[in-house]
Every structure is written in C-alpha cells, then in structure tokens.
Design a protein around this ligand. Structure first.
Ligand code: HEC
Length: 207
C-alpha cells in the first residue's frame, strides 16, 4: 500500500513535469534563444520568440525617418503567429494592415480585389542564427498610392528598412531600383489580387 502510494506520487510528479515541459516552449527568454531547429519552430514558440525581441525590433526602425515605422504597431495583425517566409529571406514574418486596408485585405479575395488608396501593409521579420539566438530582420511596407502615381508597380510603393534603421529602398525615389525586385514578384497577382500575396491559410486572422 505504502509502496504504491509513493509510486503514485512519483508518477504524479513526473506527469506534472511533463505537462510543464509541453506547455512551456523551449525558449530561453533571458537571451531570446531556442534549441528547436529553425524549420520546426511554429505557433506558440514562434510567437514567444517574437514577443521576446518585439520591443528591440520596433525600436530599431525608429531612426529611419519613415513616418509609418512609428505607426505600424497600432495596426491590425493579419497573421495569428509568425511563420517562415521563404520569399522574404527565409525569415519569420508577421503581417499587419492599417485601418484603411483592413476590411479589403482580411477577406483574402482571389479575384477582383482593389485595395483602397492609402492602404499600407507591413511585414516585420526576424531570424534564428546558428546558435539558436533570435536576430532582428528588416521591415517591409507596401503602400497603395494615388491611381496613376507609380505606373511601373501598379501604384504600390515598396519600402525596405534594415534593422539598423537604414532605408534600403523606396519605390518612386532615387533608391527605387533597390526595391524593384519586390514588385517583380508581387506583380504575379496584380490583375486578380491587386498584388497582395496574403499569407499561408493556417496563419490568417479570421474575422
Ligand atoms: C519572390 C517573391 C517575393 C519578393 C521578391 C517579395 N515578396 Fe513580399 N510577399 C511575397 C509572398 C509570397 C507574400 C505572402 C506570403 C509570405 O509572407 O511569404 C508576400 C507578402 C508581402 C507583404 C504583405 C502584403 C501581401 O502581399 O499580402 C508585404 C508588405 C510585402 N510582401 C512586402 C515586400 C517588399 C517590400 C518586398 C521587397 C523588399 C517584397 N515583399 C519582396 C512574395 C515576395
């Protein structure tokens, strides 16, 4: 009797530990790092890593002089957690959309989409280095300009800001050539989805 009680207690303790291990993602919060291989990181663990660097990520864009870099965190998240994006340098990304574009974007239409002038979509990114540490990545913007303002890019202004605050390129300015590759890819859906490529279905915010 005694023996089985002790055993039950031990088993209980082991189960509690196991439950804790499952519940807590293996994120080393003190240094924003993880032991999980990059390709296996998703959901709550990806979110925990993002939460860990979120403040320093936001701050790193504040020296850029780009007005929206101070505003985008007040917009709506279109992604439920960060996900790996092969097309943005194999980084983890999250998507946000401003109030003007929110209604149209979150329908995720695949035909006949027209985003309103003044829409801005933002994409933040981070990566995991070989030691498992989280590293800040660039900030991406797409802004819908007035009709006819940027004929080469279906009136989309692309902006790329590096995590040191340097603005790499902005469509329609002297650095536009540096972000030309953005629209080369997004243009694939210019006619049907107004160049919006959305995000994998499992990460879309539901309305
Ligand atoms: C090789 C293709 C490719 C290139 C190049 C590319 N993107 Fe994207 N972009 C995508 C895809 C695919 C998505 C949606 C899925 C994802 O996030 O991976 C997307 C999504 C976005 C979004 C969210 C709005 C949307 O389309 O739904 C923004 C903002 C964005 N990209 C900005 C940029 C900027 C700025 C650049 C250039 C610095 C760029 N992208 C370069 C393929 C590309």
């Amino acid at each position: 009797m005694r023996f089985s009680l002790a055993l039950a207690a031990l088993l209980g303790a082991a189960l509690a530990l196991l439950a804790e291990a499952i519940a807590a993602p293996p994120v080393r919060a003190q240094d924003c790092a993880t032991e999980t291989p990059k390709d296996d990181i998703r959901g709550p663990e990806a979110q925990a890593l993002y939460d860990c660097i979120s403040d320093s990520l936001y701050k790193s864009f504040q020296g850029s002089g780009v007005k929206e870099a101070a505003e985008y965190r007040d917009w709506s998240y279109a992604s439920t957690s960060p996900y790996l994006s092969a097309t943005h340098g194999s980084r983890f990304v999250v998507n946000l959309i401003n109030d003007i574009g929110k209604k149209a974007y979150l329908d995720f239409l695949d035909q006949g989409l027209k985003m309103p002038v003044g829409t801005i979509a933002a994409k933040e990114s981070f990566t995991i280095d070989r030691t498992g540490k989280v590293k800040r990545g660039p900030l991406f913007f797409m802004e819908k300009a007035e009709r006819g303002a940027l004929p080469d890019t279906n009136d989309w202004k692309y902006t790329l800001i590096l995590p040191n605050g340097k603005v790499m390129g902005v469509t329609g300015t002297e650095t536009g050539v540096k972000v030309k590759f953005c629209h080369d890819c997004h243009a694939a859906v210019a006619d049907t989805q107004d160049s919006m490529l959305y995000l994998p279905e499992e990460y879309r915010v539901q309305r």
